[in-house]
Design a protein around this ligand. Sequence first.
Ligand code: SAM
Length: 447
Amino acid sequence: MQKNQLVKLEITDLSYEAMGVAHLDGMTIFVNNALPGEVVEAKILKVKKSFAFAKIEKLIKQSPDRVTIKLNQWVQTGLASLAHIKYDKQLDFKRQQVINLLEKAHLNKKVNATVASPEETGYRNKAQVPVRKVKGQLEIGFFRKHSHDLVPMENFFTTDPEIDRVLVATRDILRKNHIPAYDEVKNKGEVRYLEVRRSKANGEMMVILVCLHKDFPQLAKVADEISQISDVVSVILNHNPKKTNVILGKHDYLLSGNPQIEDKIGDVCFKISAQSFFQINSLQTPRLYNLAIEKAGLTSDDTVIDAYSGIGTIGLSVAKHVKSVRGVEIVKPAVQDAKENALLNGIENADYVCGKAEELMPSWVSEGMKADVIFVDPPRKGLTLEFIEASVKTNPQKIVYISCNPATMVRDLTMYQDLGYDFEEITPVDMFPQTPHVECVTVLEKK
Ligand SMILES: C[S@@+](CC[C@H](N)C(=O)[O-])C[C@H]1O[C@@H](n2cnc3c(N)ncnc32)[C@H](O)[C@@H]1O
């Protein structure tokens, strides 16, 4: 098999990154944008030892699950790499990802149907888009898959259309004031990324300019013009001076308006700062938490630990169902937000502490704390062995695991099984329609 060779392929499966999978001459071939059941003429792009990548040249037989999309860029860039598949099939795909992972780990457990999102498009309450110069002009868009080539875009499809409006208006203000886009090769220019957050509850928006320098000529004028875009209540500069792929720098500077916006999950209000983690699908999040609360069978006598608590979203949603909640979170401003959010909602039975969950939980036990339930909601890399051991020593009856990465979740569940906890079922919840990302909830119980 060689680069640029044309081959006829029958697509038999979909990879976890949503690429069509075919087999030819003992090789596995990943075909961008192809669906199971399709027959394609494909051009080989890259050949490795046992696998290759290809792109469709001609669709010979089309899958009945394919839908026509307005912009090919949504799939090409990875912004929405499932957008060409019917929504109910996307839900099946996500459930199948979890089944495949359990099978690989030799675990015979039930996987429920994926809970559909109330909004299939325009659901994101936050956009973070790169700013680059393309054909002599400052553009916003998304990087082509596995590259840093910016594909200019104005319609981000999965993002709230109101956010798209503000992104485009901000881009036009930057263009009008001749602000240079960031050049990552030379590590020069000014604006690297635009981030916009929108409260679903009251429509308020925060604009964050991620910049190479913390000041530049025209900054005050630009901030003033952005603050006049309708519904923008907060303009912030995030300073990221490093040559890095990490989007945000450490320091934020308020240029205009408020340092936070306020949103709601169910009936609980949250103040959100520029760098705070906040679930991006505002309407689906309360469903995720209610499901977790229901599956955990919480009672009014329960003492709950909200490990990885962020700005308190899970703990404060759970507080009214239980005796008390103690949250632990490593990021100090997030802990401050969580405390403020408890006050904002008049919640008196939840307190928040800054530190590493795996270090603080054992010290609470030695002080006499008896936790009935631990909620964990870790980042994509999942839990550490240290955390798993500390949570088992805390000796809760139940551990509710909310995960945004089923691969690390299944790995962690097997470790819990070795330490005396087991689970019956996993429920995938679609927090990220049109993308291959899968969120899951499961409850581990002491055997
Ligand atoms: C996926 S977020 C979940 C936040 C929150 N539960 C929510 O839904 O909004 C994971 C959080 O874990 C925090 N974190 C990461 N490692 C931690 C650790 N060892 N101990 C405590 N918190 C940690 C991160 O800062 C982040 O806020």
